[in-house]
Design a protein around this ligand. Structure first.
Ligand SMILES: Cc1cc2nc3c(=O)[nH]c(=O)nc-3n(C[C@H](O)[C@H](O)[C@H](O)COP(=O)(O)OP(=O)(O)OC[C@H]3O[C@@H](n4cnc5c(N)ncnc54)[C@H](O)[C@@H]3O)c2cc1C
Ligand code: FES
Length: 264
């Protein structure tokens, strides 16, 4: 983990309240695992005082660029959305434990499930898996059509299913509505599952797959303070039988094996 100062190349609106910021600098030339995040100082002053955690959504080490895709929620992300090309962004990272992909073998089938601003880290994950020869299928869900992003980019790495809650684009409903035989996405359709999204979505996946013996990983989004394991702002209870009583999302995660955490 290091502090970095990267230059803004672009910062564009890609969906309702959602921006893609591209940053450039030599700092990008380090090992970055899909699912890791940056702790971002959103503005040049002291307000907001705390950094904000944002996932790394893509990396290009030839161009020395990395992308983050973020939704404007409050004061921090609002200030970030006002950054323009040439500005510098102060960040800490890469932080956390990302999605485990070292063991993946050519020909395996990975199911990627994302909801809303949980979708961004799946793009870099899909790219890395595809490079290993893993067959990637993505299921991404949003509230409505104007919130949809990354459908096309994920499509470069495999099949993509889009769902919207109001049915204005793709399939009508939740991502979990598609995880059945009708869509060829039941338990037999994948070897490993990776997911990132809102807590109710992750809980539904945990309930559904708790009893399978397949590898499955969830990336949790939790409010953070320090981002490096010092303040305990980000804890989740560990599942029974685990070697921990709680996990720190920032340093033990944000990615956890599906059966290891209690999503209370
Ligand atoms: C590991 C990790 C990766 C993340 N990756 C992304 C990403 O790629 N793109 C993205 O848009 N967002 C991501 N988030 C969420 C992002 O950190 C928050 O949206 C951001 O901190 C909000 O800051 P703010 O100052 O704009 O809003 P605040 O004023 O701090 O909060 C505004 C609203 O956002 C909610 N909120 C704040 N922080 C979080 C959080 N961590 N999780 C859930 N809700 C929160 C608050 O409850 C409140 O309703 C990630 C969070 C974590 C922990
Ligand atoms: S944010 Fe401080 S311990 Fe995780």
């Amino acid at each position: 983990m290091d502090k970095g100062l990267l230059q803004v190349v672009s910062n564009e609106l890609v969906a309702d309240r959602v921006y893609r910021i591209r940053l450039q600098g030599e700092w990008v030339n380090r090992k970055i695992v899909p699912g890791q995040f940056l702790h971002v100082k959103c503005g040049p002053g002291i307000d907001p005082l705390l950094r904000r955690p944002i996932s790394i959504s893509d990396v290009d080490q030839t161009e020395h660029t990395l992308d983050m895709i973020y939704r404007v929620e409050g004061s921090g992300t609002k200030i970030l959305s006002e950054a323009i090309a040439g500005n510098q962004i102060d960040l800490l990272g890469p932080l956390g434990i990302g999605f485990p992909i070292d063991q993946r073998q050519k020909g395996e089938r990975a199911l990627l499930i994302g909801g809303g601003v949980g979708v961004p880290p799946l793009l870099y994950l899909a790219r890395e898996l595809a490079q290993k020869g893993v067959r990637v299928t993505s299921v991404i869900g949003f509230g409505e059509a104007n919130q949809v992003f990354l459908e096309e980019e994920l499509g470069s790495y495999g099949e993509v299913y889009v769902t919207t809650i109001d049915g204005s684009k793709g399939h009508n409903g939740l991502v979990t509505d598609l995880l059945n035989e009708q869509y060829g996405l039941d338990n037999n359709a994948w070897d490993v599952l990776y997911a990132c999204g809102p807590l109710p979505m992750l809980r539904a996946l945990q309930d559904r797959y708790q009893a399978t013996d397949k590898e499955a990983y969830l990336s949790l989004e939790q409010r953070m303070g320090c981002g490096v394991g010092a303040c305990l702002a980000c804890v989740y209870p560990a599942a029974e039988g685990s070697d921990h009583s709680y996990y720190k999302t920032c340093s033990d995660g944000p990615v956890f094996e599906l059966r290891k955490v209690v999503l209370g």
